[in-house]
Design a protein around this ligand. Structure first.
Ligand code: FAD
Length: 294
């Protein structure tokens, strides 16, 4: 899969979550079918907090592998899993034909900022998960990156060091947490590239949340720790009572953010879709990311 990300010219990819019921399942598959002809570099499926979605993540990702032309990537977290349980899930991924894994540590169940307590027979950091996935087969492995530092990190320097450690442990690329202005991501990318020639060419994909509703504007920064720019709030909140106008203005703002990132030569854009397709389809068309594929 890394060849699909590293190709000339920026790519796009999308993230889904495993649906909980039949309505969610139908919604997800509608989104998948709309995005499929646009040939994203990959589509990823999250792993629910604390392993709560283990079977659904495996089933959804396996379904994408067998029933579509898309290239799937399954997320995996270390929360509440022993090493042997993690090996079992990785084996299930391989058995279902899934060769791409996003190795993230996960947050403590309940309070994401609560104390991290590793499983007694488990792992403490994502770096160890990268190592484990790598040791079990020929997987393409991605990791998480944080433009404004991971909420638990004491400083940006140690956070960068730990990101680089994940790459040196065998990760092929990284996807960033969402953010609403380009500077934080671009600073991280500059510092990452400056670390050394062994990591300089590793793709770092910015994570983008299409701003379709007031909730996406408010909740995103709350969950990610990224700053909420006051000018953006002022620009969009005037449409708080008009969902159609909010969506139009929100997608304009998202397209501007993406345009600035593309102008700075990012490797691609990774869209957090919330299992919807129309905003992502609109954005990738506006940004010219699919012209050569249609
Ligand atoms: P780590 O890289 O292990 O970092 C965790 C903290 O420990 C950081 O503060 C880091 O700086 C520090 N650290 C790392 N290594 C060391 C070390 N050796 N010594 C000391 N400190 C260290 N969560 C889910 O539950 N399911 C998902 O599917 C999911 N997908 C995600 C996808 C993306 C693109 C992103 C950005 C996040 C995702 N998350 C997901 C959230 C993620 O699990 C949390 O943000 C988690 O708190 C951090 O994961 P990590 O892999 O970055 O952890």
């Amino acid at each position: 899969m890394i060849e699909r990300i590293s190709q000339d010219g920026p790519v796009f990819s999308v993230e889904f979550f495993p649906p909980k019921d039949e309505i969610g399942e139908a919604e997800l598959w509608r989104a998948i079918r709309k995005l499929e002809p646009l040939d994203p570099a990959f589509v990823s499926v999250t792993y629910g907090a604390g392993g709560s979605s283990r079977e659904r993540t495996i089933r959804t990702t396996a379904g994408i592998a067998t029933d579509t032309t898309l290239v799937p990537m399954a997320h995996l977290t270390a929360v509440a899993h022993s090493r042997s349980q993690l090996r079992h899930v990785i084996g299930a991924y391989a058995g279902a034909g899934i060769r791409n894994v996003l190795a993230v540590r996960g947050d403590p169940p309940g309070d994401p900022l609560g104390e991290w307590i590793p499983h007694p027979e488990g792992l403490t950091y994502a770096e160890e998960l990268v190592d484990l996935v790598r040791s079990l087969g020929d997987f393409c492995v991605g990791v998480a990156a944080f433009p404004y530092g991971h909420p638990r990190s004491p400083d940006a320097e140690s956070d960068l060091r730990h990101l680089v450690a994940k790459i040196r442990a065998g990760a092929d690329f990284a996807i960033s947490q969402l953010f609403l202005e380009p500077e934080g991501f671009l600073r991280l990318r500059d510092r990452f590239v400056a670390v050394g020639s062994d990591v300089a060419d590793v793709p770092l994909l910015p994570g983008v949340m299409p701003l379709t509703t007031l909730r996406t504007l408010r909740r995103g920064p709350e969950l990610s720790g990224a700053p909420l720019p006051p000018e953006l709030v002022e620009r969009l909140e005037r449409y708080a009572d008009d969902p159609v106008a909010f969506r139009a203005a929100g997608l304009d703002a998202t397209a501007e953010l993406c345009g600035k990132l593309l102008a700075e030569g990012v490797d691609g854009l990774h869209f957090y879709t919330l299992n919807r397709s129309s905003a992502t389809v609109e954005l990738v068309r506006r940004l010219g990311l699919v012209e050569h594929r249609r």
